[in-house]
Ligand binder design. Structure first.
Ligand SMILES: [Fe+2]
Length: 286
């Protein structure tokens, strides 16, 4: 059995990440993370340490908040190469509380952590078992900036065909079996040309609670998925969201785990009060 853990958008939330990594112990053979390791939250060092030293093979890519934090670290340590990151974003586009957390995270990370963020690729394409996997934070694209910052929304926000076309057209090769993105903080799963009867965002608006783990089989092997966010969900379910993919059984399970959001809230109130006032910042029911 080849089982792969898929996580994304940790956002320096070790309360959530620790519980998920504990859960994944002995259940997976490798780990994928679709970027945004840091930013927003208050425990960047704990998160980075646990993933730099992860005991299994790992496949990572770069998120826009990883760029924001490494840009601020670069400035703080007076390196010469900082401005290269401004090809991906301008600081004016970033909300004040998010910008503040770029700076707060940059103040506490080490040179080793910075080096880790520095070497993350804007996209990553690799083989696990028989499957060729394309991993990028934003959307598969020919444009460097889009790979990291452009959203790949799922239905009902964007029509299904458009989601598939955009993902497949630019994933580099027609032979890609699995496309994985993050960035929206909203789960979705598409098997070839249909979404598997489930849109968490739609369920949220209809006030229907989804039960986890939510499982799909995909006898047709082309899939596109977003595992949702570990540290800052934005699809109505406050739990830490991730996926276990069984590549032998062609089976995918979406999980949601409870964690101590009270502790996170206490720290947020103390260290970044503006993030509490910004209702879209921590879309978490404490
Ligand atoms: Fe994110």
């Amino acid at each position: 059995m080849v089982s792969v853990g898929i996580i994304s958008d940790i956002h320096s939330n070790f309360f959530a990440l620790e519980i998920v990594l504990d859960f994944l112990t002995d259940k997976i053979d490798s780990l994928i993370c679709a970027g945004d390791f840091v930013g927003y939250g208050f425990q960047p060092t704990e998160c980075l340490e646990s993933l730099i030293d992860y005991s299994l093979p790992t496949y990572y890519c770069l998120g826009n908040h990883d760029i924001g934090v490494r840009y601020e670290y670069c400035k703080l340590s007076e390196k010469n190469s900082c401005d290269k990151d401004l090809q991906f974003f301008t600081l004016d586009e970033v909300r004040p509380a998010a910008r503040q957390m770029f700076e707060n995270n940059a103040e506490v990370i080490s040179e080793e952590h910075y080096n880790f963020l520095e070497q993350l690729p804007v996209f990553n394409q690799f083989q696990i078992g028989q499957k060729l996997i394309h991993l990028t934070h934003g959307t598969p694209s020919k444009i460097e900036k889009d790979k990291v910052t452009r959203y790949l929304p799922a239905p009902p926000i964007q029509p299904l065909r458009q989601t598939i076309d955009r993902a497949q057209q630019y994933s580099g090769t027609k032979n890609v079996d699995i496309i994985i993105v993050g960035h929206t903080h909203q789960r979705f799963f598409i098997n070839r040309d249909r979404i598997q009867g489930w849109s968490h965002l739609g369920d949220r608006y209809n006030n229907i609670m989804v039960k986890y783990p939510k499982e799909f089989n995909f006898p047709r092997d082309k899939i596109i998925l977003n595992p949702g966010a570990i540290g800052q969900p934005r699809d109505g379910d406050p739990g830490a969201s991730f996926v276990i993919l069984d590549l032998d059984a062609n089976n995918v399970r979406f999980y949601s785990l409870e964690y101590s959001r009270k502790e996170l809230y206490k720290i947020a109130k103390r260290k970044c009060p503006s993030s509490i006032q910004d209702s879209t910042f921590w879309e978490i029911r404490f």
